[in-house]
Design a protein around this ligand. Structure first.
Ligand SMILES: O=P(O)(O)OC[C@H]1O[C@H](O[C@H]2O[C@H](CO)[C@@H](O)[C@H](O)[C@H]2O)[C@H](O)[C@@H](O)[C@@H]1O
Ligand SMILES: O=c1ccn([C@@H]2O[C@H](COP(=O)(O)OP(=O)(O)O)[C@@H](O)[C@H]2O)c(=O)[nH]1
Length: 936
């Protein structure tokens, strides 16, 4: 059976999982099946399956033969407009328009390529005006353009600035029309006026962000002036980003992928998401992202990070840049970095490395073209008898051109025998010529070149050929092909595609690549290139000699390494991977969203409350009955959290509820007893302090909920360890409670705190707890789950309850580890399970290695009557060390008679939770408790 391009077909893979494939577009699969309850891992595997990509390539190339084994797998169901995924997890219908072809075999879905809106500061062309409504378009030079022009798998529209000021409407219309017709990728212009360009592009982008991201720092000499104009430049930057957003919105169609590029548009993801939160937005940085210590210098550091985080997927060339970004979010915004990305209030922004590549085939094929061959011939004649070293860079300070030339001078100095036998051909493409730093660099380079040529040149030859201009594609390919050594000495460079292009064109000559270790490309071409530190002129000079003298077999081996990489990591691959990852991210986010409980139906909760006779209200304290948790700066919330106070507006409703004879109120908190005493002594309610370890009715004394034989011998030695670490971890705190020790590193340096916590646990393990005959597993541990049965028993007994509890409302900002309080009462659990073992607290819980959320716990061996354990857990940034136990609740006793619709578990200010419902903040708790208190 043959299938042609523009079709969707269903292919079964080895695992009997049917793949829906469209015209080379893994993304479309996502569009179609985004409603499916599929597991992300399965979907991920689907899309990342390289075989699948190969298939899609075949489909694009038309008339690919399907393996015969797949032919029987087309289900007759497909004759209806429903396709079925043949997999347990994907047994959901997918609707799509389709028709069978004449022979009844072919599925003709007429799917179109996925639409991709590439938004970059620059369009791939620059426009030159020739009269009122006539424009000439020229290809722009630069790595971003090269990379994105290689992308052919999508129906791409490119939105960007044409590099020219067009104030009049006639000109704008004519340019838009000319651009629309340009290339296969339609170009849509964003019009920026001169002042905006000056402040946004020359100012904020190229004078502030560019040098900072390349570790040059903020401009030195006119620092005062820059600081003064900084705000206006940043304002212009935001304004320009908003203009880009306006154009995107104008052209956006549902399902489009919007891919924002580079440091010029860090504000764009936020602008786009504010307008349409469902838009699929990715952002990719082509430059390095510097260490957080550098990013910290930027006055607008917070705003920029936050706006980038609005994207669904954020990509970098290398893992290092991604790591720096996550670290900036952790250190500067105080957010949690996870292996997947950065999490803020339950919203995950996925962060990953996607090293760009080139369209290698284009370069390889170009070498056969007569124009290129002609250029090669001329060049070979011109430089006959001399080895040629090549440099191709924009004339930018990050490219290390002066350092390169100085190293070459040193080489000539130290190797007189090479003086007439080698030439350095430096192509220095003028760039950002309006920025003063770039003008200064041009003069500086000219000066050095002049000096060296004067020193080592002769009447007939000079050692350096320096061109201040760009070359066309054919000239460039010819140069790449005939030269012996390429010299890339970037001081910092996001990737550096010149090095890739050089390798692609060197299949026959096997030239040597000398590559700066500060270019992103060093991480991919490191095996074959000679890596150098461009600041070390001696090292570079030595490497030049090494490269020129390298024997053929070594050149061959090195080239082979690089060539393999360049041809297999292409620009097409890069874009396809980024976009499919973005699609995956969206599906994952949708699945995660399903874990967000619905809002608490307050009316219903109040109504059921009115109809019940024996109600139990379990209320958390922190962030439930206190002021809302601060969500912006960790530091601002310090005082709040250490002295939690009951909200004044809750006093009255709480009192009413407590005084209702049909209602029992229990405050369940991690706080110490004195904190609860201070806040609730005047109310008629129950207090459970230290996560349920202590209990009292406010008319009585504190009692422990622990069995009497609980040993506390471990405390002293553990205390020493805690004190030791508190001394050595600035801003960490240590608290001794009756049954627990808490080491809190919430306000310490995030990463240092985490390391110290890990180290601390090691010390405990090898010291104070080493003799414990317990199994240590990593995981989380519920304390409430273990204590609530005893608390409940005590309340029932103390109150002499005659009838069972028929209404439970359990609300709190509980930590995930403590959330099984919600399931404890869950009436949906099998009724034959005795209350004593509800819920089944797993003895080994899944480990979360994310951020600081690691936990150590001592494994329980059985669920029998009385168990005693010490449990250690790090949750968030607090290390709790506490004694826990499990005691059976009297089997058969029926203190609960709870119908499903009389149970309301409700998390407060948490995005993800196991609770049935959620309330946004303690403000909503106030509303709820007021209504309960005033119920009729
Ligand atoms: O448009 P210009 O201001 O003249 O600058 C040209 C481009 O330079 C930068 O390129 C980066 O992207 C390359 C591809 O990912 C990468 O190999 C290189 O290391 C980077 O410097 C810049 O990021 C682009 O936005 C500019 O268009
Ligand atoms: O005369 C020239 C010089 C360079 N380039 C292209 O400019 C890009 C430079 O990309 P790179 O990643 O090396 O650095 P960038 O300039 O983007 O920082 C490469 O694709 C080159 O082919 C070009 O088209 N003509």
């Amino acid at each position: 059976m043959s299938i042609s391009s523009q079709e969707i077909c269903i292919l079964p893979n080895k695992n009997n999982l049917a793949l829906l494939q469209t015209n080379g577009m893994p993304g479309n699969l996502y569009n179609i099946c985004s409603n499916l309850p599929a597991t992300p891992t399965r979907l991920e595997r689907l899309l990342r399956d390289r075989e699948l990509r190969k298939y899609s390539k075949c489909l694009n190339d038309c008339e690919a033969e399907l393996p015969s084994s797949t032919q029987d797998c087309f289900s007759p169901d497909l004759e209806t407009s429903t396709c079925w995924f043949n997999d347990e997890e994907l047994l959901e219908p997918v609707s799509a328009s389709r028709s069978l072809n004449d022979d009844g075999e072919r599925l003709d879905f007429r799917a179109s390529k996925q639409r991709l809106l590439v938004v970059a500061n620059r369009l791939p062309v620059s426009a030159v005006r020739h009269g009122e409504d006539s424009w000439q378009l020229e290809m722009s030079v630069g790595g971003l353009v090269t990379a994105l022009l290689g992308v052919k798998e999508f129906d791409t529209r490119w939105i960007g600035w044409a590099g020219v000021n067009v104030p009049d409407e006639i000109g704008q219309k004519a340019l838009a029309k000319a651009l629309d017709e340009k290339l296969m990728q339609r170009c849509i212009p964003v019009f920026l006026d001169e002042e905006v360009v000056h402040q946004y592009y020359n100012g904020y982008c190229n004078n502030i962000l560019w040098p900072l991201f390349h570790y040059i720092g903020l401009p030195q000499e006119d620092r005062l002036a820059t600081t003064r104009s900084f705000q206006s430049q940043f304002d212009a930057y935001k304004k320009a980003n908003q203009l880009f957003a306006d154009v995107v919105n104008e052209h956006y169609e549902e399902g489009d992928v919007v891919w924002c590029h580079d440091y010029h548009l860090m504000f764009l993801p936020k602008c786009l998401k504010e307008r349409n939160s469902k838009m699929k937005v990715g952002w990719f940085l082509h430059t390095p992202f510097p260490s957080s210590e550098i990013h910290r210098m930027l006055p607008s550091r917070l705003e920029l990070l936050r706006s980038v985080l609005a994207a669904d997927l954020v990509g970098f060339h290398t893992y290092d840049y991604a790591r720096h970004f996550v670290s900036a979010c952790t250190r500067i915004l105080g957010l949690e970095g996870t292996p997947e990305g950065v999490e803020d209030q339950g919203k995950l922004t996925r962060i990953a490395a996607f090293p760009v590549g080139i369209d290698s085939e284009r370069f390889i094929k170009a070498l056969e073209l007569p124009e290129v061959q002609d250029h090669m011939k001329v060049l070979k004649q011109r430089f006959a008898g001399r080895k040629v070293m090549l440099g191709v860079d924009r004339l930018d300070m990050i490219k290390g051109i002066p350092q390169k030339i100085l190293a070459f001078e040193k080489f000539l100095e130290e190797n007189p025998n090479w003086r007439n036998k080698v030439v350095l051909l430096q192509i220095a493409v003028p760039t950002r010529t309006d920025v003063p730093e770039y003008q200064k660099l041009t003069s500086q380079v000219h000066e050095i070149v002049g000096r060296i040529n004067g020193r080592f040149g002769s009447l007939t030859a000079v050692p350096i050929h320096h061109l201040d201009r760009s070359l066309d594609f054919h000239e460039l390919c010819a140069l790449y092909a005939v030269t012996d050594v390429a010299l890339v000495t970037s001081l910092r460079d996001g990737m550096n595609l010149v090095s890739y292009e050089y390798v692609a064109c060197q299949e026959s000559k096997k030239g040597v690549l000398i590559l700066s270790e500060f270019a992103g490309a060093a991480q991919s071409l490191g095996a074959g290139a000679i890596l150098v530190n461009p600041w070390n002129v001696t090292e570079v000079a030595y490497s030049i000699g090494y490269a020129l003298n390298m024997p053929a077999d070594e050149r061959e081996k090195r080239h082979h390494h690089n060539f393999k990489h360049v041809i297999s990591h292409t620009a097409q691959e890069w874009a396809a991977t980024f976009v499919s990852e973005l699609n995956v991210t969206i599906v994952e986010a949708q699945l995660r969203t399903r874990q967000i409980p619905p809002p608490l139906p307050i009316e219903v909760a109040v109504d059921r409350y009115s109809c019940s006779n024996n109600r139990l209200l379990i209320l958390g304290f922190n962030a439930t009955l206190t002021e809302p948790v601060d969500t912006l700066g960790r530091k601002d919330s310090q005082i709040n959290e250490w002295e939690p106070k009951l909200r004044p507006d809750l006093q009255e409703p709480l009192r009413k509820l407590c005084d209702d004879p049909k209602t029992t109120v229990l405050i369940l908190s991690g706080s110490a007893r004195n904190v609860l005493d201070d806040n609730f002594s005047d109310y008629n309610l129950w207090l459970a302090a230290e996560n349920g370890m202590f209990l009292r009715v406010t008319t009585g004394d504190w009692m422990t909920t622990m069995p009497e034989n609980l040993s506390m011998e471990w405390v002293d030695s553990v205390k020493n360890v805690f004190e030791y670490f508190t001394d050595r971890t600035p801003r960490s705190q240590f608290e001794v409670r009756e049954t627990s020790l808490i080491w809190n590193y919430k306000y310490s340096d995030v990463e240092f705190g985490r390391l110290q916590a890990r180290d601390l646990l090691q010390h405990l393990w090898t010291g104070p707890i080493s003799n414990a005959s317990l199994d240590v597993v990593q995981g989380r541990r519920s304390v409430e789950g273990a204590a609530i049965d005893r608390i409940l028993g005590e309340i029932v007994h103390n109150k002499g309850m005659k009838e069972p509890i028929d209404y439970v409302l359990c609300i709190g900002h509980f930590l995930t580890k403590d959330e099984d309080i919600y399931t404890f009462f869950e009436p949906e659990l099998p009724s034959e399970v005795p209350a004593s073992v509800r819920p089944q607290v797993p003895t080994q819980v899944r480990t979360s290695t994310a951020g600081s959320r690691a936990a150590l716990l001592l494994k329980q061996n059985s669920m029998s009557a009385v168990e005693q354990n010490k449990s250690y857990s790090i949750d968030g940034d607090t290390l709790h060390l506490m004694v826990t136990d499990r005691i059976s609740f009297q089997e058969g006793s029926s203190v609960l008679d709870l119908q499903a619709n009389d149970y309301f578990s409700c998390s407060v200010a948490r995005k993800r939770s196991n609770s049935r419902y959620r309330l946004q903040s303690s403000d909503e708790v106030v509303t709820l408790l007021r209504e309960l208190a005033d119920h009729r």
